[in-house]
Design a protein around this ligand. Structure first.
Ligand code: ATR
Length: 269
């Protein structure tokens, strides 16, 4: 039996990844198990060494450790180096390889859902780790103009500089002026109870026609980004598509076996 898992703090127990990977293992008759690893921040190095020591084939890494684990990897993919974050570790021949399937997973979503990113104008909300993966995916997929909107001026300017995109403050965003084709939320806020302030801003923002809104979060009963999509007559996708795509990509890295993203989507529907 092969062992896989997800490394995080106590959030490991709330991750959907064990559910979707174990569902696929069962459906595809794969002799494997995927477990949550709740790791204290002072135990990161031991935990990473444990991957090698215990012969675990691969793990996903999620918030808050996507950057913390970087120094302990033997080899980092180009994406990991550019994004500065890892979400997939492969243990092969005694070496640990780091990949980022958040970005490649989103690129698969663009392709799979036929979202025309090439030459588009994109507006990305949020300046955290997820934002970096989204900006990378947009650039790789050929977006022409990319704006990022953050609440901290310092963080926004720094990220805009690093990723060579245009930065602005959330309260300066005017969709009618920017004319984005695609809007992507990477902040942790998708419902009014998570931030009254951001929700009110998004819900009352002047809008224009936009073709696609994507929220990297999911599971909200009322979603402010979905509401924005409705107001702009845009298509809407929540974070489940990205989660399913990154899971499929991660398994391909670990096992060299391609399992269709729809299989990963099934337990999320
Ligand atoms: P991740 O690394 O997964 O992106 P994160 O670092 O917690 O997670 O980032 C979440 C993003 O949501 C950040 O850009 C955060 O803004 P700050 O960097 O200024 O903290 C953003 N965010 C969280 N709550 C927000 C709010 N109420 N309004 C606007 N942005 C918010």
């Amino acid at each position: 039996m092969k062992i896989f898992g997800i490394m995080s703090d106590e959030r490991a127990f709330r991750s959907k990844s064990p559910e979707i990977h174990n569902y696929v293992f069962k459906k595809a008759n794969i002799d494997a198990v995927y477990v949550p690893f709740c790791v204290h921040e002072l135990q990161i190095e031991n935990a990473i060494n444990g991957i090698k020591g215990l012969g675990i084939i691969g793990v996903n890494v999620t918030v808050p450790y996507k950057q913390t684990v970087l120094p302990y990897l033997d080899i980092q993919s180009d994406e990991v180096r550019e994004i500065g974050a890892v979400n997939t570790i492969l243990n092969k021949n005694g070496k640990l390889y780091g990949y980022n399937t958040d970005a490649s997973g989103l690129m698969d979503v663009f392709k799979g859902k036929k979202i025309p990113i090439k030459n588009c104008t994109a507006l990305v909300f949020g300046t955290g780790g997820a934002s970096r993966a989204v900006l990378y995916a947009l650039k790789k997929s050929g977006a022409q103009t990319i704006f990022i909107a953050g609440r901290s001026r310092k963080k926004t300017i720094k990220l805009a500089d690093q990723m060579s995109v245009k930065g602005l403050m959330i309260n300066e965003v005017n969709i009618a002026d920017l004319k984005p084709d695609v809007v992507i939320n990477t902040t942790s806020v998708s419902a009014p109870e998570e931030s009254q302030e951001l929700s009110e801003y998004i819900n009352t923002m002047q809008v224009d026609k936009v073709s696609q809104v994507i929220d990297i979060n999911y599971g909200r009963i009322y979603n402010i980004w979905k509401n924005l999509a409705n107001r702009m007559d845009a298509e809407f996708l929540d974070g489940r598509s990205m989660l399913a795509s990154q899971a499929s990509r991660s398994f391909y890295i670990w096992a060299g076996k391609q399992i269709h993203v729809d299989k990963y989507m099934e337990p999320l529907l």
